[in-house]
Write a protein that binds this ligand. Structure first.
Ligand code: GLA
Length: 739
């Protein structure tokens, strides 16, 4: 997959669906040449060579540098910028050597060593490819081979050069609390567009991935170049379009307020930045990222459990009796994991106190946590618990004993957000305290799931016990320490699954997902809002990693009323959970929920491991649809979820063409058994009245009868969508017919 052509001085990385070629030109610049559909590397040779426009633009080839060190005639976003002990701030990195290695699993790695001409500094550029993936994993290791310190002012993971396109459209997400993962498209004209976090965690305002196309790519077709960065602290992705039409995307740890002093013999490793090329549109891009996460990022390979979480049911008013009642009902509807959220510890009766005191509250649990855990286990469920180990309320025993354990500047007030401060994870004592209390919690109780939350950004970034000239290391030290804590806990407790949460979806990225089995994308559980959030999530992250809850009929967010079926269908497109107050649900509602949970379990392997197709053809009609395809016991299987926002003028919907099936296979569609008819819902649940049935719209599926069609027909003629009224939904199960 990786080759070096020594005659032409060309490096090439070939995957099944892509070629990535760069070379060393006559000036010694490591010049990017090609990224796209497969080509022969030798055919890229004519592209290699230094270029100039005028004495003011004397090194155009450096606009396409693989690793843009800051020095000489380089004016684009640098990948490496340093400050030497003698005040010099200039680099001249020249190619020194390279090596290509092959691991037993077929993974190939190319390491190119660049060395400064005068100072003892090396940059090891690492490119890795895995069989069957059109992705390149890149990172850089900076090595101080001398005997004096060098300060790294910026050390980025990779720069991705784009090919020449007619236009450049950037696709990314933006968001806010309860509104994460909102998709955006922006034309990249000359200049810079920066996506970043400066808040200490990944952040819900932006997420570290990007996609670029020529403006014409769709879900199903078109060329897309993309990348996702694995860093859970301050990050930056800079998209730059030069006056000469070169587009380069540089990303890594944010250099804002950041520095790292590299001592003699030390090595600094940047986070991984994965890049890819997809010829089949945004859908192909997402499927490539999902499969990569399933196979090489996510720690847990097993199916994720249907969970119940008590947060929206009880908030801080947690007690053994109510939780046990909730557990009875959660088990009844088919939950496999019962998670107690915030409020079980210390004096945590509200968000103003108790955070940091990880001791079971004896008033709330007079017989200890064990009583609840035993009941949950007795009901056949696993038990999970919420923690927020990185933060502390000033009103807590922990803070009263260790007021200096938080990030702060001695001369400044300590800003409180949600009445809390952030613990200084760079302090070894704090780190051990977290590992110790978590180990006690997980060691003393039968806990198999941890929801790890982080509900505030970092302010006053001062580390009391750290040298003054190294204070800007905080942003990196916090994240590294966090990763080390998670790695240690996973090592000590291999049977425990972890969920990453940060006031909703503020810490979801490929770095965190190496440790977290699943992620909480948003505190917004409105089933309709969630469709958009979940779609944005799915551009970069896999459905199995996305926890979705069914909550109350009237959403707390928008006061929108949706049916139980709609809420379930929305949540069934990821890892299903329930977060409503089941103690207030009627027997009918519980029975319907149980039916829907059972349906989810039947299609779960497809949702949690199959290929995902976002069906965008009827978006203009207000239809969101998503389909999953995989192989089941009886052959190829698929499941379709479709959602109608608002019917207008009594119009029916056009058919919806499916994707990803084999045109020559015959499939059986089940709509009836899997589509709870509207009249089965309790009247109070629905926002819809009974209207005239659209002729033939529900098709045969509605009465449970089987309907057989070819893959070709399903993909070219499509399926009927008997969706009506406001916030209607359906689920079709499609299975290969073998006889
Ligand atoms: C955050 C999380 C919620 C919940 C609360 C508890 O907001 O995102 O899901 O756990 O904290 O305080």
């Amino acid at each position: 997959m990786i080759q070096f052509d020594s005659d032409r001085r060309l490096f090439s990385i070939s995957t099944d669906g892509s070629s990535y070629v760069f070379g060393l030109n006559d000036k010694g610049v490591l010049q990017h040449l090609y990224w796209g559909d497969p080509v022969a590397a030798a055919d890229c040779a004519p592209l290699l060579g230094s270029r100039l426009h005028s004495s003011f633009d004397a090194a155009l080839d450096r606009e396409a540098e693989e690793f843009a060190y800051w020095g000489g005639l380089s004016y684009m976003e640098p990948c490496l910028k340093v400050r030497w002990y003698d005040g010099v701030r200039d680099l001249r990195m020249a190619y020194a050597s390279h090596r290509i290695e092959r691991a037993d699993d077929g993974k190939e790695t190319l390491t190119i060593v660049l060395r400064d001409e005068a100072y003892p500094l090396e940059a090891h550029l690492v490119y890795a490819v895995r069989p069957g993936h059109d992705l390149i994993e890149r990172h850089v290791e900076i090595v101080n081979a001398g005997d004096r310190d060098v300060v790294l002012e910026s050390a980025q993971s990779a720069a991705w050069s784009m090919p020449e396109l007619r236009d450049y459209r950037l696709t990314h997400v933006t968001g806010k609390w309860a509104g994460e993962f909102q998709l955006r498209g922006a034309a990249l004209t000359e200049g810079k567009k920066v996506l970043e976090s400066r808040r200490g965690f990944t952040d819900g305002h932006a997420n570290p991935w990007f996609a670029i196309d020529d403006g014409a790519a769709t879900e199903e077709a078109g060329r897309v170049w993309f990348g996702a960065l694995g860093w859970s602290g301050n990050w930056k992705i800079v998209l730059e379009n030069t006056a000469f039409g070169r587009v380069r995307v540089t990303g890594g740890i944010n250099d804002f307020d950041s520095e790292w002093t590299l001592g003699p013999g030390e090595r600094f490793e940047t986070p991984s930045f994965v890049g890819g090329y997809a010829a089949g549109g945004f859908g192909a891009m997402s499927r490539a990222l999902h499969r990569y996460q399933y196979e090489h990022v996510s720690p847990g390979k097993e199916l994720r459990k249907v969970l119940y979480n008590s947060w929206e049911a009880t908030y801080f008013d947690v007690n053994a009796k109510d939780q046990m009642a909730l557990a009875e009902r959660a088990a009844k509807v088919g939950a496999e994991l019962f998670v107690v959220d915030d409020g079980w510890f210390g004096q945590r009766h509200h968000d103003r106190a108790g955070l940091g005191d990880w001791i079971v509250n004896a008033d709330k649990f007079p017989n200890g946590l064990e009583e609840l855990i035993d009941r949950v286990r007795g009901l056949g469920m696993a038990f999970g618990i919420w923690v927020e180990p990185e933060a502390v309320n000033p009103d807590s025993e922990l803070y009263r004993s260790h007021p200096d354990w938080v990030y702060h500047f001695p001369t400044r007030p300590r800003t409180e957000l949600r009445n809390q401060l952030v613990l200084d994870l760079s302090n070894p004592a704090v780190k051990s305290y977290i590992v110790d209390f978590m180990s006690r919690l997980l060691g003393e109780h039968d806990i198999s799931f941890v929801k790890w939350d982080m509900n505030r950004t970092i302010t006053e970034p001062g580390m009391r016990d750290h040298p003054l000239n190294r204070q800007k290391e905080l942003w990196i030290r916090h994240v590294r320490s966090l990763y080390e804590i998670w790695a240690e806990l996973r090592r000590r407790f291999p049977g425990v699954a972890f969920e990453t949460c940060a006031g909703g979806g503020s810490r979801i990225d490929l770095g965190m997902l190496r440790y977290a089995d699943q992620a909480w994308p948003s505190d917004n559980t409105d089933a309709f809002d969630r469709l958009g959030i979940q779609e944005g999530f799915s551009y970069a992250y896999a459905p199995k990693l996305m926890t979705c809850w069914v909550t109350e009929a009237v959403s707390g967010m928008n006061k929108r009323i949706t049916s139980l079926k709609y809420r379930f269908h929305s949540a069934m497109t990821g890892t299903l959970g329930i977060g409503a107050n089941l103690n207030e649900w009627s027997e009918e509602q519980l029975a319907e929920a149980a039916r829907l949970v059972a349906q989810y379990k039947a299609i779960r392997p497809l949702v949690q491991g199959g290929r995902q197709y976002r069906l965008a053809a009827l978006k203009h009609k207000g239809v969101d649809a998503v389909q999953y395809v995989g192989v089941g016991e009886s052959g190829e299987e698929s499941v379709l979820f479709a959602f109608l926002h608002a019917q207008k003028l009594g119009d029916g919907l056009p058919r919806l063409c499916l994707l990803g099936l084999d045109p020559d296979k015959r499939y059986e569609i089940e709509g009836g058994a899997f589509d709870c008819a509207k009249n089965e819902e309790p009247e109070s649940e629905g926002a819809k009245g009974e209207g005239a049935e659209i002729e033939g719209a529900r098709g045969k599926g509605n009465d449970g009868a089987k309907d057989v069609r070819s893959g070709r027909a399903l993909m070219r003629i499509g399926v009927e969508l008997p969706l009506r009224g406001d916030f209607d939904s359906l689920m079709y199960r499609v299975r290969e017919l073998r006889s």
